[in-house]
Design a binder for this molecule. Sequence first.
Ligand SMILES: *[C@@H]1O[C@H](CO)[C@@H](O)[C@H](O)[C@H]1NC(C)=O
Ligand SMILES: *[C@@H]1O[C@H](CO)[C@@H](O)[C@H](O)[C@H]1NC(C)=O
Length: 538
Amino acid sequence: MAKAVSLHVICGILAALVVSLVKADDPYRYYTWTVTYGTRSPLGVPQQVILINDQFPGPRLEVVTNDNIILNLINKLDQPFLLTWNGIKQRKNSWQDGVLGTNCAIQPNSNYTYKFQTKDQIGSYTYFPSTLLHKAAGGFGGLNVYERPRIPIPFPNPDGDFTLLVGDWYKTNHKTLQQSLDSGISLPFPDGVLINGQAQNTFSGDQGKVYMFRISNVGLATSLNFRIQGHKLKLVEVEGSHTLQSIYDSLDVHVGQSVAMLVTLDQPPKDYYIVTSTRFTKRVLTAAAVLHYTNSHTPVSGPLPIGPTYQIHWSVKQARTFRWNLTASAARPNPQGSFHYGKIMPTKTILLANSASLINGKQRYSINRVSYINPDTPLKLADHFSIPGVFSVDAIQTLPSSGPTFIATSVMPASLHDFTEVVFQNNEKTIQSWHLDGYDFWVVGYGFGQWTPAKRRSYNLVDALTRHTAQVYPNSWTTILVSLDNQGMWNMRSAIWERQYLGQQFYLRVWNAVHNLANEYDLPTNVVLCGKAIGRHP
Ligand SMILES: *[C@@H]1O[C@H](CO)[C@@H](O)[C@H](O)[C@H]1NC(C)=O
Ligand SMILES: *[C@@H]1O[C@H](CO)[C@@H](O)[C@H](O)[C@H]1NC(C)=O
């Protein structure tokens, strides 16, 4: 009898478990994307571009928090190719990050199926090619993660939603640009600025309604300012952080970054200019699109609204006003709310100084004297199969030092759950944009000159926002705090593509000696092997 009862109870528990497992299984979304070359004329002259399913820019991924993405990417180019998911945290899953340190490139006429989850994220992101200089030819797109039903966002649902991919652009073929970099020569000044792959564009909305504008800088090198004639911009989200909803006339968006704003169409019915223009450049490149009121019969008119061009202080001041809305719900870096970032002492400080120099007569970029070079075997695979001689954990130091720069496949070791302060020290006279895969981080301070420990007193330890890409102003520093809670091999890189391509990157190996699937997923069953990993058994 007792046995029967307990069996009954166990069956009940099992049934409940099965039900809860089924419930816990988040929706799957399947995609097949084919990458090809095509011809487009974004700046008036025909040029070769990269298409995804015949689209330039690529299709917009619109998913919901926690969706499982199964995306079969078929490469029909004549070169190896990978896409990376900019800002998608790939929790426990650096296997799917789509950079050469984690994945073998997809060879021409072959394919790879990415499998990842947009876990605990809501916001505006992008994807783009991480291989060679493919990003200069397209292959990028918007990646919007929407809230699940019943999870409130801290603003009413907008009446419409526009995704604007803005970026500098070259008429020159990506292979020619790459050859220039390979021969040690910097890229020239870009030829123009595009909005969604075009120099002209129209966005239509109804008078009186509120529209979300998601702006991502998908360009190669240039910071941009964004503004709309006669309209105010209410900032609501930055790379997954819901911000204090402040009002701006214009917003700076640096390379690799995304911001989302609400715009109320509260002006007389006519058409208005949407303008994006380059920042910190001697010559200013501008793209103008049109905001069309559906009840308007009046075309755009008047001068383009002016924005800042070289003013650095203006940008720093604005950056400091980007703050986290502490009372807003929705996705958080630590959804459990188990700690507040400003109340814990960092366990480690890393100081990263970028530099430009010639190595063997060729232009290279370095971090703490090391200029990164891609190996033929992804670091993640070398690590998994314990293949020696692929990367070096001794090359890059956590503090700058003096001496010559050198080339290495540099990996910085770090312990899972370290709470780390990273200071980006920019002693060059150009703006920097730094990105870390696998994480978002608190941007706690921007300052001029040399960082010193005393600068910590100026940190925002109350309501800094989290994001995945931070700008560092010329001859300045930026500090981020990052909780290293995502095991894996993660790319820390310059989002400025020439710098990334010529060495301003490395990998952070976030590691715990205890092998545990709760910390990191196993090698994917469809993993592609290359280099020294060929013939290894997954
Ligand atoms: C390539 O695509 C086929 C289906 O077209 C699929 O069965 C296969 O798993 C894909 N290969 C990889 C490595 O994902
Ligand atoms: C912060 O979020 C709350 C809760 O959603 C919202 O009511 C409030 O307006 C927001 N505050 C600001 C200043 O954006």
